[in-house]
Design a protein around this ligand. Sequence first.
Ligand code: AMP
Length: 190
Amino acid sequence: MLNIVIFGAPGSGKGTESELIIKEYGVDHISTGDVLRSEIKNETELGKIAKDYIDKGQLVPDDLIVNMLAKVLDGKKNSKGVIFDGFPRTIPQAKALKEMLNKRGTDVSVMLDLKVDEDELIRRLLERGKISGRSDDNLDTIKSRLDVYYKQTAPLADYYISEGKHVAIKGVGAIEEIFGRVKDAINAVK
Ligand code: AMP
């Protein structure tokens, strides 16, 4: 199985590059942010809990996210691969993902770390906020999300470096140009 973790700060282009990867490699997509937004829309118990965290730009607790992901993964048993978008975001989540995949006889193939500087991230997220309708694409929440990213999520790069799975990708330039770099990294592990 081709299991790709697409990683980077909010606004680094994870969603955009995921769409291109799915078209090119026929893998399934799991975006924990999308799953949470759908839980909120459907007014589930999990959705009600998650909304407060999301609106503050904070991370939803690991146990809730890991249980949610396990269920989504179980629904994709015959998949030729999965792209994990927005997950893992903490070391315990990365360890839980490894365990879940190992139990299914597979592992993370590669972690793609999209590198974009902070001014560009803020510019992109404010631009997206004009059309996304996302409650968290406003300047205050963007600042909290970036803070959370640098403190809690960015250290995951070291975890994947120690696993030998980390590839840094320059995340600025034309979308196709970035995708060229992404494909080189994926083809090297395929
Ligand atoms: P995203 O769409 O990936 O930017 O996620 C939007 C928000 O959902 C984040 O700011 C978090 O509040 C929450 N979220 C999404 N994925 C995770 C995760 N793996 N762990 C914790 N919280 C998450």
